[in-house]
Design a protein around this ligand. Structure first.
Ligand code: PMP
Ligand code: GLN
Length: 388
């Protein structure tokens, strides 16, 4: 009898995440890691202190409530109102999750039936493909193409079939840095209403928009009752290891997502929830400062990559820059990233792993700029060596 593969067919080909592979390569080679998106400076000291205090005071050290501690649900609701004018009931319309990653998984596992089609912006953040696969659903890419990486809304209309259940959007978009405009979102919302589709929107970079402003699709007409909005503390407060995320949606959708979440992690880390509740209430100066800081870093790394010979697609949001390596005489981003540490001591991420249409992403490579200025300058200097 032929041995049956251990990994089930749905997960076939998903292997090790590119972030784990590239971060391990950075550790093994001592290269500067501009691959996986995590800051090399922790978030605000007072927020870290709040987590320590919660542990010492015995808040959240035992299983917190499944939907999240009331303090955090209240703070998430206040944040949605303060920044986006969206009113959510903290008791029935907010759910705390183990990072945005769990929110994405729980949302997709909750609402999809096998065979349902999910239209998602390609390149896709890697967990989207995995979660769609775990749900037995089918991903249908709407490819964002360089140099502008904008969605073609006529193409989107053409992709909708009677099997389409859900639109999975991500703005600001990882890895391209595209921030969907109010007009694009209005067009997407109209299609969702016309075809009675659900929308899951990943907005983890909501505070990292350098041009044009962030527009939540849930605020548009007809969208509140069909949209699951997802965000997380990782990017906004520079504590990616804490894994505190949240969902805001209408009660029936939150109840569905909660049903799945209960059996994924049951609850999420207690003490960190109290700390994130404090973080969400930080004054505007914190959020403005974070954005200004990363804006400056964006310029620094864009300039460095341009000087090193890359074609640079300046991102309007996120802390990632997508580049094309063709001007360096290179074609294959995956091979390029695997050898970059030994060539010049830098790690990046090949965008091709985020594509079904691998030809569309083959020569694209992503660098993160959420690192200290001296690290970005050092990396830019090292990348100059590629010019030979
Ligand atoms: N969505 C996107 C687009 C991301 O880039 C990330 C990576 N941080 C996540 C979700 C996951 O967020 P978290 O770490 O909160 O699970
Ligand atoms: N979101 C981060 C990135 O895009 C990585 C998070 C992860 O490793 N899952 O780099």
């Amino acid at each position: 009898m032929a041995a049956r593969p251990l990994l089930n067919r749905r997960l076939e080909g998903l292997g090790t995440t590119i972030f784990a592979e590239m971060s391990a390569l950075a550790v093994a080679t001592g290269a500067i890691n501009l691959g996986q998106g995590f800051p090399d400076t922790d978030g605000p000291a007072e927020v870290a202190e709040a987590a320590v205090r919660a542990i010492r005071d015995g808040r959240g050290n035992q299983y917190p409530p499944g939907p999240g501690v009331p303090e955090l649900r209240q703070a998430v609701a206040e944040h949605q109102l303060r920044f986006h004018g969206l009113a959510y009931d903290p008791d029935t319309e907010v759910l705390v999750t183990a990072g945005a990653t769990e929110a994405i998984a729980a949302a997709l596992l909750a609402v999809l039936e096998p065979g349902d089609e999910v239209i998602a912006l390609e390149p896709f953040y890697d967990s989207y493909a995995a979660c769609i696969a775990m749900a037995g659903a089918v991903r249908v890419p709407l490819t964002l193409r360089p140099p502008a990486f904008r969605p073609d809304l006529d193409e989107l209309r053409g992709l909708i079939t009677p099997r389409t259940r859900l639109l999975l959007i991500n703005t600001p978009h990882n890895p391209t840095g595209t921030v969907l405009t109010a007009d694009e979102l209005a067009a997407i919302a109209e299609l969702a209403v016309e075809h009675d589709l659900l929308v899951v929107t990943d907005e983890v970079y909501e505070h990292l928009v350098f041009e044009g402003g962030h527009h939540p699709i849930a605020a548009l007409p007809g969208m509140r009752e069909r949209t699951v909005s997802i965000s997380s503390a990782g990017k906004t407060f520079s504590f990616t290891g804490w894994k505190v995320g949240w969902v805001t949606a209408a009660p029936a959708l939150v109840a569905a997502v909660r049903t799945a979440k209960q059996y994924l992690t049951y609850v999420s880390a207690g003490p960190f929830q109290y700390a994130v509740a404090e973080a969400l209430r930080l004054p505007d100066a914190y959020f403005d400062g974070l954005r200004a800081d990363l804006h400056r870093k964006r310029e620094l790394l864009c300039d460095g990559l341009t000087a090193a010979g890359f074609e640079v697609f300046r991102p309007a949001g996120t802390y990632f820059i997508t580049t094309d390596i063709t001007p360096l005489g290179e074609k294959d981003g995956l091979a390029f990233c695997r050898t970059l540490p030994e060539r010049c001591g830098v790690v990046a991420v090949p965008n091709v792993v985020f594509y079904d249409d691998t030809a569309a992403g083959r020569s694209l490579v992503r660098f993160t700029f959420c690192k200290r200025d001296e690290v970005l300058k050092d990396a830019a200097g090292r990348l100059q060596q590629l010019r030979g």
